[in-house]
Design a protein around this ligand. Sequence first.
Ligand code: CIR
Length: 254
Amino acid sequence: MRLRHAITRAPSARMPEALVRERPAAPVDVARGRRQHAAYEAALADAGLTVTSLPPLDAHPDCCFVEDTAVVARGVALVTASAAPSRRGEEEAVAAALAPRVRVVRMEPPATLDGGDCLRVGERLFVGLSARSNAGGVDALRRTFEPLGLAIVPLPVGDALHLKSVCSALPDGRILVAAGRLPADCFGELEVVEIPEDEAAAANCLSLADRVLVADGFPETRARIEALGHRVVALDVSEMHKADGALTCLSILL
Ligand code: CIR
């Protein structure tokens, strides 16, 4: 089904306090992050999507990473419960924006899940077992999406924040993966396109119908995606990378 809408949210004034696994060399520059975010929204609009841009939530430093707050497939949105206390509450405005378009169901704690752990490829929904997504979260995915014909496939993610911190789907069903970050063959028969370890930050790309949004500054990743015949649009997401986010994290597509 063709994607028509994107839900996004501009970076918080407190984005420099975003959750990070390692403190970045320089703090997040909010003004720059907001310019990068605006360019991302423009790229979505240029690809034909209608963008619903929610106002920033200054109480939530990670509010621009809306992907984590809901998993949408087959006309249903599963609004998630975050394992990270500072991210609880981000989901409310997203749920309200989703409600006119899809059926909204809620996940109840102690189940936790982040959308960044969910990778949809055709009829399969891979889900990373991370510090953010627990067995209850996987059960909620099963209850919501298996009756709609999706198979839920849990995967270990090692020390990655999210499954999609280290991989993402290309438009042709192949999977872009950072070398050495996931068990070999974890995607079964699906074809994997590896990118070098030193470009691991570019493993999270956003596939749209006729183009792939890729983090700027990762020439080998760009070349490998282009070699498969895809049009690449490179976007500077330096401030999102500082906060452990990337391209898919910034939108919910439906
Ligand atoms: C966090 O740790 O929750 C944020 N700083 C980064 C979230 C990135 N989200 C995503 O990859 N889907």
